[in-house]
Design a protein around this ligand. Structure first.
Ligand SMILES: NC(=O)c1ccc[n+]([C@@H]2O[C@H](COP(=O)([O-])OP(=O)(O)OC[C@H]3O[C@@H](n4cnc5c(N)ncnc54)[C@H](OP(=O)(O)O)[C@@H]3O)[C@@H](O)[C@H]2O)c1
Length: 285
């Protein structure tokens, strides 16, 4: 199982290829849409043949990692399904799609699963640390799951089993936590700009606050870490926030929606008296 090909050697595929090669796997090929991109990936991985022909890429591989964009998985499956894939292990890395999309490959003899790292990979990288202690959502054929677990363990990660039908919800959760945290940082940064804070300082000011919040969540829980005007029931502060956002209607709407969610969380902690909860709800309408 140690001869592995990467089809879609982009940000995740290349990082995965490098880390697997460090763990004793032999990367036989890295396939991309363009040859310069495949060459770049092979340089980073340190071995393998750069190709644009996916059929050629799988030829000598026992394990195949499909890390093409989600929208391209179907096309690659169609391309590979006429081949004899007898007992090749084929994994895709999409968080939202289940392994059912690999069914045509199963029919051609492959053993298939999906294997999704809950981490973001912003560039092709030689940093195996990105996989350490992270979680991988896996699901697929019974025969594929033991190898999926071994791969994850070799990378220093931890796996957990998902139901195929739960993947869209699971992926939405990951997207909210990662991508929309970035969006929230962007919005905070733009408000600091309006408040006259220099470009150099904006993110620097916010980072210790956000890291402290994440530390609190790690130590306590989400509900035990919520601070701020909603959790304290500070109506005047909340009114003042809403007022300064009046000139930015879409931000005001988002703020009110997030504050309503904060109220749900604060309500569970039962610190706020019912009359405060009522007044906050009225402000957020
Ligand atoms: N990046 C992340 O943070 C992350 C995290 C978890 C899971 N994932 C999953 O990993 C998969 C890949 O995501 P990514 O962000 O790594 O994408 P990416 O950086 O855009 O890389 C995609 C790679 O696929 C290649 N490619 C596209 N169509 C192809 C085809 N038909 N045949 C062969 N290669 C093809 C591209 O070639 P060119 O370089 O020539 O364009 C590129 O190298 C997706 O399923 C995504 O959901 C990504």
């Amino acid at each position: 199982m140690k001869k592995a090909a990467i089809i879609g050697a982009g940000r995740l595929g290349t990082t995965l290829g490098y880390s697997l090669s460090q763990q004793g796997f032999h990367i036989t090929a890295a396939s991309c849409r363009s040859i310069p991109s495949a060459r770049e990936s092979v340089d980073i991985i340190g071995e393998g043949t750069p190709v644009t022909d996916n059929k050629k890429a799988v030829k000598n591989a026992e394990t195949v990692i499909l890390s093409v964009p989600d929208d391209s998985i179907k096309d690659v499956v169609k391309e590979l399904s006429p081949l004899d894939l007898n007992k090749k292990f084929i994994f895709h890395c999409s968080g939202i799609l289940s392994s059912r999309i690999l069914l045509p490959l199963r029919k051609s003899g492959a053993v298939t699963a999906s294997l999704h790292p809950v981490q973001s990979f912003p560039k092709k990288s030689r940093n195996p640390g990105l996989f350490k202690h992270i979680y991988f959502g896996i699901e697929g054929d019974e025969e594929a799951l033991p190898l999926a677990k071994i791969l994850v363990k070799k990378l220093g990660g931890r796996s957990f089993i998902l139901e195929p039908d739960d993947k869209p919800l699971y992926h939405t959760a990951c997207t909210i936590a990662s991508n929309y945290l970035t969006v929230l940082m962007g919005l905070s940064e733009s408000l600091l700009e309006k408040a006259g804070v220099s470009k150099k300082l904006r993110i620097k000011i916010l980072l210790p606050l956000v890291k402290g919040t994440l530390d609190n969540i790690e130590r306590n829980s989400v509900s035990g870490s919520l601070t701020g005007p909603v959790s304290r029931g500070d109506l005047e502060t909340l009114t003042s926030h809403l007022k300064c956002l009046e000139a930015h209607p879409s931000l005001l709407r988002l703020y009110k929606d997030l504050a309503a969610q904060a109220l749900e969380i604060a309500g569970k902690e039962k610190h706020l008296p019912p009359n405060k909860i009522r007044k906050i709800k009225a402000l957020l309408e």
